[in-house]
Design a protein around this ligand. Sequence first.
Ligand code: DGJ
Length: 697
Amino acid sequence: MPIHTTSDGWVLETQATGYALGLNQAGLLVHRYWGPRLLDPDDYPRAPDSAGWASFNNPAQLTPEEYPGYEDMKFVEPCLKVTFGDGVRDVVLRFAGAEVHEADGPELRIQLRDQAYPFRLTLHYRVHAAYDLIERWVTATNDGDTPLQIERIWSAQWHLPPGDAYRLSHLTGRHMNEFSLRREPLTHGVKVLESRRITTSHHHSPWFAVDRGHADEDAGEVWFGALAWSGNWKLAAEVTDFGSTRVNLGLNDWDFAWRLAPGESFVAPSSYSGYSYEGFGGASRRLHDFVRDTLLPHGKTLHKVLYNSWEATEFDVDEPSQIHLAELAAALGVELFVMDDGWFHGRNHDRAGLGDWWPDARKFPNGLQPLIDRVNALGMEFGIWIEPEMVNPDSDLYRAHPDWVIHFPTRARTEGRNQLILNVARADVQEYLIEKLDRLLSDHNIAFIKWDMNRNVSEPGWPDAPSDPRELWVRYVQGLYHIWGTLRERHPQVIWQSCSGGGGRADLAILRLADQIWVSDNTEPATRLGIQEGFSQLFPANTMEAWVTDMGASYLSPAFRFHVSMCGVLGIGGHLARWSAAQRTEAARWIALYKEIRPIVQLGDCYRLRSPQMHPYSALQYVSKDRAEGVLFVFRTHLQGPAVLPPIYLRGLDPDARYEVEGIPGARSGRAWMHAGLSIPLNDFASSARRIRRAAG
Ligand code: DGJ
């Protein structure tokens, strides 16, 4: 049973881990343990008692509370900050009951109540036992008859075992260079990572991994987690002066406010965290399985090889040119043809058109149907690009509804890429977009949609807001989920891709709506290797769309460029009309090979053998779940010669079974491949893809 109620609290157990919380002598809900699963529920440490430290630190400061509110002499980061109707600005939450809902997760629900006000908080703990993950979120409820204001409401405070010598791994970046992995010691004070951009952002990802400084890809204790939210978020990792380390995750409280009316509840997004003793690789594989098995709308569906027109034709799309590209793509073995930006009313450049989601009559005089029919006749599915949240001032939509954008009435409206952001928190905007996009999907045979978002917020005003205008930050994201969710419900067969100028909206919540993420606008393969590695910290390969384009073509071989993209969901984005016959023949060969290995890549276990962010000679391996097959990718970028290349040690094989590695004579035991290693000689800017097969008998 994953949730045990014991004399002093609760123990949540997954396949390999335990998490204990309980009430201490002062009646506070405190953290007890998070780590490997112990033999018996009574083995877990008792709830720590509250103690103070001189007159400057009350027990409130030293108690590892599961969900501290701002009260008393508490100067640690609180999870909750509230202002009541009479102006009182702290919250005194005490235990009021607990329930275990076996059927629902299973889930432990703990009720906390304010001691003076009719305000209630429910802490939710759902156990995802097979993935060693615990999901935490909270619901705040106003049971009184006056409104109150929430100023901060985080999803969880995750306590590390007592200690102050941890290391934080996180992802940082920018447009064209997302997902750089950073590892740094967590020192005393608060380390904040956040987004204030209204999207998840290219700059930081709502993900963390914490270790004691010596975990590696294969071994060592790692505590990790992620927030399922696609708007402003905050991660605050605090090390106190009393040897306590905790990671807070939740909605960003920057410029945030939420008016909670009588009888209303507010639900904060889910934060998922886990523990792995198999290093960073083990942490990633747990998340990968969880995402594939439980979040993705189409789960373990194998994704098709697509062609995308953007880097070839940009805005210059029309029926004949797209049909020509489609014919070339089909001949390569492409299965899905996606027309990117430029197809809709008035969209000849990035200065006009966004908002008017119907085919441009000049480019498509007979609508989209002839193109779609041709694509289907070529044996491919058809997909299309949209950017629903945006509007160009030069559009019919903006001329009709200039008040629909996010703005402050007295300020100039700052444009990004000549566009403004529609306030999708508004019901009328939601209705408009649902109606237009529903029509697009109902009238056409569209199998795939790429949902883009190409700027971040400015002047975050909402002049007619029904409540506090600062609710925009959350209501915008809820509106986005509503639009997308409604369209998904009406058109469940459609595969969606989340894009925000590349990886600007990559998070666990968007993966409940989209099956894939466009990782980066940077398709230069050597750089892309590192970007993909960062992405793989939290996302599985079947969510990672990766195109072979013309970037890098002058100095990288087709093999290298294809191998990089074959590490995810292979796509093609080059200008096929400019590829020679020989190049197209070679591309067809790589596509055929990819189709053979795609179940291993997209659905297998991922092992990062050597990091491309750290080494110019890197390797990545995928192994099928039954350990019968694998594929090894090895890349060398520039390594100053004469270079001694290190052996590659495979991972994830059955140690006692015998395997063959393509290109190396003889079968050897999994143990030998994993511990004696193998050698893959490569020159600069060369790569190798080797299949691994369990030998018969
Ligand atoms: C940004 C995306 O990341 C690109 O792939 C492309 O779709 C352009 N937008 C189109 O405007």
